[in-house]
Write a protein that binds this ligand. Structure first.
Ligand code: GTP
Ligand code: MG
Length: 196
């Protein structure tokens, strides 16, 4: 699969505004500021396909990108950001869970977690949901460049142990958009899901 021709399709406030539910979709999910949009840009080798920001909560809509006809990547709104008004937060969580629970074409989820604070409650809840729903998971420990090799490796092994014990189809890797590390694995896992 060539991810470089990926283009923006739409920003959907809810499921009704999404493209037709056919083909195969892979969603990028994670806490606000985990690096979802950056990872999408790294994967597609486009600087500003998905909007990134230092301000958590940047992505508030379901952003839809098409790799090729019928193959889509979805940039989901981040969860767990405290400084958002309660009403807005409720609205996001609603569209997020509605998307996850109702989207037939959803084949796999990439769950991104900052390597410095992985496996928070909301991450584990989402991963458990994916396992229960038979949805494949690629857990990425992002911003891997922020840790030295020793702690990076030990965090990876610890996360692998905990996540693999949950059963299901889960793979855990480190990733850095800054260093472009982990990119090969992401490409091959996502390519595999698309070709399934
Ligand atoms: P929301 O849309 O708010 O949910 O955030 P997001 O998960 O899309 O995060 P985004 O990609 O916007 O990145 C958040 C911040 O982390 C930005 O300042 C990025 O530059 C930074 N960042 C993302 N990936 C990396 C990385 O691999 N290394 C480092 N050092 N910084 C990163
Ligand atoms: Mg984003």
């Amino acid at each position: 699969f060539n991810f470089q021709n990926t283009h923006f399709v739409t920003s959907a406030p809810n499921l009704d505004a999404m493209p037709e539910d056919s083909g195969i979709e892979i969603a990028f999910a994670g806490r606000s500021n985990a690096g979802k949009s950056s990872a999408l840009n790294t994967l597609t080798r486009q600087k500003s396909l998905a909007r990134t920001s230092k301000t958590p909560g940047r992505t508030q809509l379901i952003n839809v990108f098409e790799v090729e006809d019928g193959y889509r990547l979805i940039d989901l709104p981040g969860y767990g950001f405290a400084k958002v008004p309660e009403e807005v937060k409720k609205q996001w969580q609603k569209s997020l869970s509605h998307y996850l629970q109702n989207r037939e074409s959803l084949r796999g989820i990439v769950i991104l977690m900052d390597i410095r604070h992985p496996l928070r409650d909301l991450d584990l809840g989402l991963i458990q949901w994916a396992v229960d729903s038979d949805i494949a998971v690629l857990a990425l420990l992002t911003k891997a460049d922020k840790l030295k090799q020793g702690p990076r490796k030990s965090t990876l092994l610890k996360c692998r142990e905990e996540l693999l014990s949950m059963g299901g189809n889960i793979q855990v890797e480190t990733f850095s958009s800054l260093k472009r590390s982990g990119l090969d694995v992401v490409q091959s896992v996502l390519g595999g899901w698309f070709e399934d």
